[in-house]
Design a protein around this ligand. Sequence first.
Ligand code: ASP
Length: 480
Amino acid sequence: MGAWTRLALHWKILIGLVLGIVAGLAINAMWTQETWASLGVNDPAAFVGGVDLGEGGANAGAGFGAHTALWVRDANSFVGDLFIRGLRLIAVPIVIFSLIVGASSLNDLAKLSRIGGKTIGIYLVTTAVSITVGLVLANLLRPGSFVNEETRDSFVSSFGAQAQAKIDAAAAPDGWATLLNIVPTNPFGAIAEGNMLQIVFASLLVGIALTLIEREKAEPVIKFFDAMTDVVIKIVHIVLMLAPYAVFALICEQIAELGLDILGSLAVYSLVVVLGLGMMMFVVYPFVLRLFTPIGFGRFFRAMSPAQLLAFSSASSSATLPVTMECAEERLGVKEEVSSFVLPIGATINMDGTALYQGVAAVFIAQLYAMDLTVMDQLKIVLTATLASIGTAGVPGVGMIMLVIVLQSVGIPLSGIAVILGVDRILDMCRTSCNVTGDAMVCAVVASTEGALRSPEEVDRRMAHALDEDPVEDGPIVRD
Ligand code: ASP
């Protein structure tokens, strides 16, 4: 086995990430108008977009070098998209199978409702804490005072149209309808649409019902779903083998497009968001873990780092879900009956990073427009951002759409969205990582308080056993 094969998964992903950032920056710096012109491309936007490749157009003279660059870019996004598709492919089945098995093994309705109440309660509290951290930092560090009126207006005019599209897409969530919508009218429809809360609800019902029918009848069904859970987990391992390369491809593509120019004028704002996310991930979560679980800081991060890095690269907590579950179960030692319930719900309703970002963004935009926010306004932001983050789907960029609702609630000018649009993707990557870490933290707390956490020795034993049995395993899930 080569050194690369033996390397632990999170190191491989980290190497992919760093190389991807370096390559992305290099591409961004290299591909200036002159570089394209020297390769015979006169209209890069049309060329890169795949238009105007034919004869006689502005880019008719495009040479071999230009075509190679285009091919590399397409191959890169192919690898990234292939990986995300692979993860999406297993997100719904893994939740259904493992939740049915988990709920049926609990065999105790009172325990199930206690876990449910705890999960949702802790999710809400951590989200509110997260926005408060964001609001405090933004009020103290005043990122808005680092952007002058001229820069603000130039952003508004260049990103205005894109911002309007986000504003148009926003719709205030209706509390009753959202609650009602958890119950699917057609479970197969819910599966087809990938509606996670509906899927969780239907799978829970099946799991509970299995405990209420005759044992002999239930047994083969549970065995079937148990085996299917193993099948899906095996597929997660196979997909994960692509992770380091896919992370390289995803990051490289994003950074090559974005560059760091825009970051310059929004650096302070971006730093405040990142500082807040860092405080949640490295101070608040470890503190809560310490209070309620025997899991140490290092062990938690080593176990969850593949999921955190993937969340960062994909900016999607839903796409990361299968990996979050895998890390929580196999590497952290959370039993399936808790993880299969807490994590899918978390990927849908718990968005600490998104909520923090919305708090900072709201105060930042208010500062840009010299608007004073009263304590009452800020409390309103805490409430709406908590609700908005629940209504935020775990896919890239949605946090910004829900920001519209937060801004509207206190009358902050929506045109401010245009100012922060340029750095949204990079901040989305950071906040998604925090979202996923928050889900895993709550999962560990619930598991620990419910006696559903394996000891580190047992985790090691299970992992060693899996390695002995499984030839695919030595790639992705290598012990630290
Ligand atoms: N991308 C985030 C997530 O998937 C949601 C958001 O803040 O846009 O968790």
